[in-house]
Ligand binder design. Sequence first.
Ligand SMILES: Cc1cc2nc3c(=O)[nH]c(=O)nc-3n(C[C@H](O)[C@H](O)[C@H](O)COP(=O)(O)O)c2cc1C
Length: 367
Amino acid sequence: MSLQTTNPVKFAYWVPNVSGGLVISDIEQRTSWDIDYNRKLAQIAEANGFDYALSQIRFTAGYGAENQHESVAFSHALLAATTKLKVIAALLPGPWNPTLAAKQIATISHLTNGRVAINVVSGWFRGEFAAIGEHWLEHDERYRRSEEFIRALRGIWTEDNFTFHGDFYRFNNYTMKPKPVDPQPEIFQGGSSRAARDMAARVSDWYFTNGNTPEEIKKQVDDIRSKAAANGHSVKVGVNAFAIARETEDEARAVLDEIIAKANPEAVQGFADQVKNAGKASPEGEGNWAKSSLEDLVQYNDGFRSNLIGTPVQIAKRIIALKEAGADLILLGFLHFQEEVQFFGKHVIPLVRELEEEKLSTAVAAE
Ligand SMILES: Cc1cc2nc3c(=O)[nH]c(=O)nc-3n(C[C@H](O)[C@H](O)[C@H](O)COP(=O)(O)O)c2cc1C
């Protein structure tokens, strides 16, 4: 057996298509939400070992992120500026229906040689739904709709004469052409409540979850993978993290302290008020943000909890621990995106690859 790394962990970064960066803090962030900054960032990322970029969808934001570019158009601009990077566009069922989404993404798939993927998000921001006149569905109903959305997309993308009669969407003998190029666009989803995990175990290719410790990630992974196996399905897992890689651990910790010290309390509280509609509002009271402290919420998706804060060696080891807990992909946010994506690609990813090789050689030697 060769010492080729099997299943190297994948790396993605959050596209800063929303203003204000990835932390709700007045600390200096050398990150911009404009397209020129983002095109260059995507090029830096693909040249430095990143596999994916994830764009966000927001229609409004009362908690600090005043400007938000739309995810599909923005993702296409990034795809047009790159050659290898895959870009995952967030879609919110409701504003998007599957008819338009299927066609939009199929066209982008042709324009970009199949490098587009989607992230189906289910909604948590009640103020946003109210602002755009979108009917508010209770927590688990949102997932029922998302699941129909995904089933409809897959049907339209793979079948001719597609017929589907759901509670939210209906298709009759519909043949969409052209279908996306092969391989089919990957379908990610975000959320970690019971309903989110059950949906992942039935229909999604990827499950994205908020930042957490390897122990807590493992619990989610075990739950999803056992259910998926029972459904004859398989699902990969992506974990969020806010990375602060510096030459010394003290330097990295000082940056975290400064982010928290300069957090904007009103904006963090505004965000905290809205995220109560996520996991906490599910029948089980579990899921994203259900246990987040105010400090955790300074980073939108609990990214400090994954603890990728320290030297490149410390971070690389913690990534391996997350991988061993079942993570297939690490989704990263940074303070100064262009500079730090480059630093991470040059100094952390190669260490992760070395550790992966070492693990593999140890495993082979033990055979
Ligand atoms: C990695 C990731 C990305 C997400 N991106 C978006 C987004 O762009 N827009 C949005 O409205 N919600 C987004 N969400 C929110 C989820 O779709 C979901 O509504 C939220 O996490 C609550 O899920 P839960 O109650 O199942 O835990 C994202 C979640 C994760 C984990």
